[in-house]
Design a protein around this ligand. Structure first.
Ligand SMILES: [Zn+2]
Length: 65
């Protein structure tokens, strides 16, 4: 699957491939909770490059092309 954010098509910064698998990861950790960093208790979207497996992280979910 290909993705874009705004008008920008997402390319892998490592190998310039443009197809990814989308997944989600919790950003919270015990350390962040202990420090009261509530903003850290969020889901991030990750895109895993099909070609080299590089993971790109996004706070806002990219749209599928
Ligand atoms: Zn790649």
């Amino acid at each position: 699957m290909e993705y874009h954010v705004g008008n920008t098509k997402i390319l892998c910064p490592c190998c310039r491939n443009n197809t990814f698998d989308k997944d989600y990861r919790q950003l919270n950790s015990r350390g962040a909770t202990f420090l009261g960093l509530d903003w850290a208790n969020r889901n991030a979207t990750i895109l895993v490059c099909h070609q080299c497996s590089y993971i790109s992280w996004f706070m806002d979910e990219p749209e599928e092309v």
